[in-house]
Design a protein around this ligand. Structure first.
Ligand SMILES: Nc1ncnc2c1ncn2[C@@H]1O[C@H](COP(=O)(O)OP(=O)(O)OP(=O)(O)O)[C@@H](O)[C@H]1O
Ligand SMILES: [Mg+2]
Length: 500
């Protein structure tokens, strides 16, 4: 066990950590914090939900000189929601030290951000598109930046983001510390990363598997047409506290959340075509529990830390194994357990194997639940609930008068059966609309980057925009569906230039 005190952190930060309820450092924190405090560049890799934010956040905040009014640190994250979340965590870490943190992300009023930037934040946390927008408007100056953090580094250095990152880094002094963190770091991306860094220390928390062992993982093989019925059966049987269902495309997410609502589940969707206000309100409702099912594209796959997410359903198999790791990592965080389900159509078995190979873990096969099983499991759940109410000695006096009245009129087994029926979700045939998705087929494992990224490109829900050069950039939000996007060659790989 490593205490935070042993890691060389200042008293103010130790106070913050205590207030945050962290008792001991997680392995990635214990291993990276002292090295980061020595000033080294770091590529830090550890499983999802193991505290990477504080692993870079603590040394980042410790380095800030609050007497200096310029921006000293910049954290770049792939999505707006993640930028907000990271800035909230940094705010907590820097609270006693009075470090000013400012999130800047697309979809928020730019003038408001410009006003906030004038208040001399010490650290900004942002998405690449909006950071570049401010650099181009000259409303953001990075010439005093000493630390650059790329959260979800592999995603940030992947095609489509790398040019933005390079452009941002040209504004940062050559002498700076770079901290890159992610749960996944494919080799080609690691090589790109090294070009941005000076003798980086690779710190990888040793683990047999890439995914967390406290996430139970199953797959079910099924026809595309069966997915929805199986999903609703699973929701009924497994009764998650909060669940995230990942769909491949924005259309998929829209149709799926509407279909779930029609069948009586409190679900809402999140993807990059929604307004930022809507995205944030959906996420807030999910965190509060007023919706219990969040249907999402990969925009919600990385970094989001929502407590109470007990189940992740991969309604569509992810396009790449890394995405699988991050998606299922939305559950089983900070020592909790979780359950991840993967829906696989027969032609996607190759992709399943691909995921197993990359994560170094076998995913267990589960048979799709039959209707009878779904009903029976539900009844068992209800029966357990009834018994636990009685065993817990809960006060039932308010209900007993009605119970007695009912028992005078009906036979007891008949009555309990009726109660079970009333509490069970029976098959519902309300018509729904769900357009088929084409399968993810692994044709050739050695496909060029080009193909890989083109197939990923279409529905990647990124906070970036296309106005590459000059002028204020329009926030990019509307991407075409994968099939509509075939002619798009933006996935073209481009060698990054070394920046230091
Ligand atoms: N030392 C600690 N003790 C207890 N809880 C911690 C500690 N460090 C972080 N946490 C909590 O663990 C949760 C997960 O942390 P965090 O979001 O930083 O994980 P992560 O490694 O970045 O995951 P991901 O790969 O999904 O981004 C957060 O709620 C965080 O507050
Ligand atoms: Mg993280």
């Amino acid at each position: 066990m490593t205490t935070f005190r042993e890691l060389g952190l200042d008293e103010q930060l130790l106070n913050s950590v205590e207030k945050m309820g962290f008792e001991e450092a997680t392995p990635i924190q214990a291993q990276t914090i002292p090295v980061a405090l020595e000033g080294h560049d770091i590529i830090g890799q550890a499983q999802t939900g193991t505290g990477k934010t504080a692993a870079f956040g603590l040394p980042l905040i410790q380095k800030v000189n609050t007497k200096n009014d310029s921006i000293q640190g910049i954290v770049i994250a792939p999505t707006r929601e993640l930028a907000i979340q990271v800035s909230e965590e940094l705010y907590k870490i820097g609270f006693h030290k009075r470090v000013r943190i400012l999130p800047i992300y697309g979809g928020q009023d730019i003038n408001r951000q410009i006003r906030a930037l004038k208040k001399n934040p010490h650290i900004i946390v942002g998405t690449p598109g909006r950071i570049l927008d401010h650099i181009n408007r000259k409303t953001l100056r990075l010439q005093n930046v000493e630390t650059v953090v790329l959260d979800e580094a592999d995603e940030m250095l992947n095609m489509g983001f790398i040019e933005d990152i390079e452009a941002i880094l040209t504004d940062v002094p050559e002498e700076h510390q770079t901290l890159l963190f992610s749960a996944t770091m494919p080799d080609p991306i690691r090589r790109i990363a090294e070009r941005f860094m000076q003798e980086p220390k690779h710190i990888k928390v040793k683990a047999k598997e890439v995914t967390m062992p406290n996430i139970q993982q199953f797959y079910i093989e099924m026809q595309e047409k069966k997915k929805f019925d199986i999903l609703t059966r699973l929701l009924d049987i497994q009764s998650p506290e909060l669940a995230i269902i990942f769909g491949r495309t924005k259309r998929r997410v829209d149709e799926l959340s509407e279909a779930l609502n029609l069948r009586g589940y409190a679900a809402e969707g999140i993807h990059g075509d929604l307004s930022q206000a809507k995205r944030l309100s959906v996420l807030r409702k999910f965190k509060e529990g007023s919706i219990e099912v969040l249907v999402a594209t990969d925009v919600a796959a990385r970094g989001l830390d929502i407590s109470g997410v007990t189940h992740v359903y991969n309604f569509d198999i992810p396009q790449d194994p890394e995405s699988y790791v991050h998606r299922i990592g939305r559950t089983g965080r900070a020592g909790k357990t979780g359950l991840a389900m993967l829906f696989v159509t027969p032609r996607e078995i190759g992709q399943l194997k691909n995921i197993e190979r990359t994560t170094n873990r076998k995913i267990d096969r589960m048979k799709p639940p039959t209707l009878d099983e779904a009903l029976e499991k539900q009844q068992r759940l209800i029966a357990e609930k009834l018994s636990s109410i009685i065993e817990a000695g809960e006060n039932l006096s308010y209900y007993k008068r009605m119970a007695e009245e009912l028992l005078e009129e009906h036979e007891s087994v008949e009555l309990v059966a009726a109660a079970l029926k009333a509490m069970t979700k029976e098959p519902d045939s309300t018509p729904i609309k769900l357009t088929d998705e084409p399968p993810v087929v692994v044709r050739d494992r050695n496909r060029g980057r080009n193909d890989r990224n083109r197939s990923r490109g279409g529905e990647r829900d990124r906070d970036r925009n296309r106005n590459r050069k000059g002028g204020p950039r329009k926030e990019y939000s509307g991407q075409k569906s994968r099939n509509e996007n075939r002619g798009d060659n933006r996935g073209r790989s481009r060698k990054p230039s070394a920046t230091n």
